[in-house]
Design a protein around this ligand. Structure first.
Ligand code: ADP
Length: 260
């Protein structure tokens, strides 16, 4: 049940008591559960055919099975790009669903934050090169208590955004440091387009993008930051963004330090 207290005041605005409104939200919870299950089942069922469609299109795009007219090739590339976006969307929905589900547990253990930074930067290096963006990391040996796969996933999501929203020849910095010896602060700074102050919090909500045409232009799904937030919250950490429009953005998150 959900209980809301409403103050009862007299003419002098003195609180005389409270009304309590007790509502049964079990139906609402059941509907939310059904909705989540529905999305999860549909996404799951879509993943297999989409993956095979994507593989087939990838082969056709290379021209190995024969060449098409210029227009035909262009159509094929559009189909390929959009299928890739759909695969990403379905995977993101499933990731979010998995992390949000009550029976899901992170496999936390002692790990070296520097190793996770290196893994994430290595994974994103090809994308950075493609965009002409330089990645700079300052790995420091700090032990943290975390699920390494999920932290690498959060870092790659943030790095992918930093690259996507930067112009060529810009730099992205990834650093870590202790905060009061009990927390480790990860910071990812870019020199990209920046984010308006009014959007700095909402972008962590599902499907929230500063520019809704970004999902088409930049291939985004609007789920990356929602996934990052869930991952960091599951580690009892905090995540936030700071930005100056036109100058760049810094995404920060904290994790509990293991030690010292
Ligand atoms: P998307 O798939 O669109 O990148 P995200 O949830 O990862 O979804 O990010 C949500 C939105 O936040 C993005 O569409 C973009 O508007 C904004 N954003 C995220 N990271 C950055 C960044 N480094 N620089 C500028 N804008 C960003």
């Amino acid at each position: 049940v959900n209980i809301t207290y409403i103050p009862h005041v007299d003419e002098q605005n003195t609180v005389k008591g409270f009304f309590s409104l007790v509502s049964d939200i079990s139906d609402r919870k059941a509907i939310e559960r059904m909705k989540d299950e529905f999305i999860s089942v549909v996404s799951h069922e879509l993943r297999t055919p989409l993956t095979s469609l994507h593989s087939a299109l990838k082969i056709l795009v290379t021209g190995r099975l024969g060449t098409l007219s210029t227009d035909g090739q262009q159509m094929l590339e559009i189909a390929d790009e959009n299928t890739e976006r759909l695969v990403r969307l379905v995977n993101n929905v499933l990731d979010l669903q998995r992390i949000e589900s009550g029976n899901f547990k992170m496999e936390k253990q002692a790990c070296n934050a520097a190793d996770l930074m290196i893994q994430a930067t290595e994974a994103m290096q090809p994308m950075a090169q493609q965009h002409g963006v330089t990645l700079v990391t300052q790995p420091v040996d700090i032990q943290i208590w975390a699920d390494s796969d999920y932290i690498v996933q959060a870092l790659t999501n943030l790095l992918s955004n930093a690259i996507k929203f930067s112009s060529p020849s810009r730099t992205v910095w990834l650093t870590i440091e202790f905060v009061q010896q009990s927390e480790v602060l990860f910071s990812l700074r870019d020199e990209g387009q920046g984010i308006p102050q009014s959007k700095l919090e909402s972008i962590f909500e599902r499907f929230q993008q500063v520019d809704s045409s970004d999902s088409r232009k930049k291939g985004g799904t609007g789920l990356g930051l929602a996934i990052c937030r869930k991952i960091i919250e599951q580690h009892e950490g905090r995540i936030w963004a700071e930005s100056t429009l036109g100058e760049g953005s810094t995404f920060c998150f904290t994790l509990p330090a293991l030690h010292s």
